[in-house]
Design a protein. Structure first.
Length: 312
């Protein structure tokens, strides 16, 4: 929850002064603007890159009103007793030339600071900090994003390439601390139930669940990116699967290159990478234009309960 607190403009003036003192630019360079204008005015999208135009699919977005980073969309279709999920991801690589001005600007980047999903509420004459539970629409969107990331990771791993998102499991000491946390939150965690069976039983609409899940992420250790290594299965303990980041290329630089690698694997061609950086994709032979097909077995609104299987 965000409330307006800058009534007299002092906060805005202070932030402006910070930007000036650290030489933070407030606009893109002329080279970036010129390249952006050129790539968006040089003809139809289909003429720019060797991509298949799928605008015939009725994709929709699942974002809050006013969102500007619409870098993902989905389409659901009935397929017998199953549902087929198609997930569209912003094709940044189609418009950003490796080594160009936009590419350099994207790498320069900046730290992203998300607003905490918390609010101060008044209760019985006192104030307390309460976590805001995810709305159902947010949980559903996260479930589809997770399913897509897992499917992309599966395809990249099978091809012997890729960049994966990993996170270690909570160790015994961390589990003991989490049991104390659960007790402090008033959550009933039976002694004979392991963490991976307890967490899915929590009510997603209970603010205590969001707080406890944050404690779990902190206890798990730092998430990181790991490149493909032969004989090593990259593992993300929080989702209990091999996963990657591919669904938000407008706000995460790594996603852009993961998407490029996935496109390269599907088309059996070298990935377009920045000179001197990621090298070439060593992909197994697949027919150009093939889609990575995944059947969703079960999608729960909780992002940690998504099951799928690869379709041959």
């Amino acid at each position: 929850m965000v409330r307006r607190v800058d009534h007299d403009g002092s906060l805005s003036r202070g932030l402006d002064e910070l930007r000036r003192s650290f030489d933070v630019p407030d606009e893109f360079s002329s080279a970036v603007i010129a390249e952006a204008e050129k790539v968006t005015s040089s003809g139809s999208w289909a003429e720019l890159v060797d991509r298949v135009d799928r605008r015939d699919v009725d994709f929709v977005t699942l974002d809050p009103v006013g969102s500007t980073d619409l870098d993902q969309a989905f389409a659901l279709e009935s397929s017998g007793s199953d549902l087929t999920l198609r997930y569209a991801i912003a094709d940044v690589g189609a418009f950003v030339r490796p080594g160009g001005a936009i590419d350099a600007e994207a790498e320069r980047g900046a730290d992203r600071i998300d607003m905490p999903e918390q609010e101060v509420v008044r209760r019985d004459g006192a104030f307390m900090l309460r976590f805001q539970p995810r709305r159902a629409v947010e949980r559903q969107g996260a479930a589809m994003s997770l399913a897509t990331n897992m499917a992309v990771a599966d395809a990249l791993f099978a091809a012997g390439t890729g960049l994966f998102r990993t996170m270690p499991a909570v160790d015994d000491r961390g589990v003991r601390r989490l049991r104390h946390t659960a007790q402090a939150f008033g959550l009933d965690w039976p002694g004979d139930v392991p963490l991976d069976r307890f967490e899915p039983t929590l009510d997603p609409d209970d603010p205590r669940t969001a707080a406890f899940q944050l404690a779990v992420r902190r206890a798990s250790g730092k998430a990181s990116y790991e490149p493909f290594r032969a004989g090593v299965v990259p593992w993300h303990a929080a989702v209990a699967a091999t996963s990657t980041h591919a669904t938000a290329p407008l706000r995460r630089l790594a996603d852009r290159f993961v998407v490029e690698a996935a496109v390269s694997v599907a088309a059996d061609r070298p990935s377009r990478t920045r000179p001197g950086r990621s090298g070439r994709v060593d992909a197994r032979r697949v027919d150009p234009g093939d889609e990575v097909r995944v059947r969703l077995v079960r999608v729960d609104v909780g992002e940690r309960r998504v099951e799928f299987e690869r379709v041959a």
